[in-house]
Design a binder for this molecule. Structure first.
Ligand code: BG6
Ligand code: MG
Length: 220
């Protein structure tokens, strides 16, 4: 791993699988307040996207007219309370396959590790998963432009003072891959989505062996 000094991880869908819980919380909120059953096909618009932006896109797609910012914030907070209840039992068993081996490998190779999640619940979840000791830095998504803007990944780079060519980042969502590419960082796409703009795509982080990782880092 010659030039790479920093690995930046998305959380939801990369380190742990919270996608179902996030969307279930939105579904419960929409049923309760608008009597609307959210279609599973809308879930993709919320992946990697901040809480408020996710809510706005779901409102728009469901043709609900809500333009009071205070009410939007209040309902988004309610969604978060439902979400927190749904993840209240999360522990180490919810870490995605391959994550621990990869984090250990990066540590052994003195590569810094950052969390670049849009989720304000990220520090809470990282504690529940007992992964705090691996992370050198957790980006605070507060007041940053939502993915696909590059802000979250640029913040991690700036924190360490590294160049974009010295980092690699892991994402499961289209908006996240776009965000990484907007920050000009090498993007590893993870999961079942097509993620056509990723520099490399794996179904699971389990696929990344030390040999394949070194190849990626060398650029071949
Ligand atoms: C992202 C999720 O990681 O975090 C999105 O993929 C979610 O679905 C976003 O909307 C914000 O999360 P939170 O926990 O701050 O509501
Ligand atoms: Mg994600």
């Amino acid at each position: 791993m010659n030039n790479i000094k920093l690995a930046i991880f998305d959380l939801d869908g990369v380190i742990t699988s919270t996608t179902k819980e996030h969307y279930k919380a939105w579904k419960l909120l929409f049923i309760k307040h608008f009597g609307i059953r959210l279609d599973p096909s809308l879930e993709v618009y919320t992946k990697g996207v901040s809480r408020i932006e996710s809510f706005k896109v779901l409102l728009e797609k469901s043709k609900v007219n809500l333009d009071d910012p205070k009410l939007i914030e209040c309902l988004a907070n309610e969604k978060n309370e439902i979400y927190k209840e749904l993840i209240s039992e999360f522990d180490e068993t919810k870490i995605c396959p391959g994550v621990l081996d990869l984090l250990k490998y990066l540590k052994q190779n003195s590569i810094k590790i950052a969390l670049g999640s849009a989720s304000k619940n990220a520090p809470f979840l990282i504690r529940k998963l007992k992964l705090e000791s691996y992370f050198d830095y957790i980006v605070n998504p507060e007041e940053k432009n939502s993915k696909p803007a590059p802000d979250i990944f640029l913040d991690a780079l700036n924190h360490f003072g590294y160049k974009s060519s010295e980092a690699i980042a892991f994402e499961d969502a289209e908006a996240g891959i776009e965000s990484i590419k907007n920050a000009d960082i090498y993007a590893v796409g993870v999961g079942d989505e097509e993620l056509k703009d990723a520099d490399i795509k794996v179904k699971s982080l389990k696929e990344l062996t030390p040999v394949s990782l070194e190849k990626i880092m060398r650029g071949n």
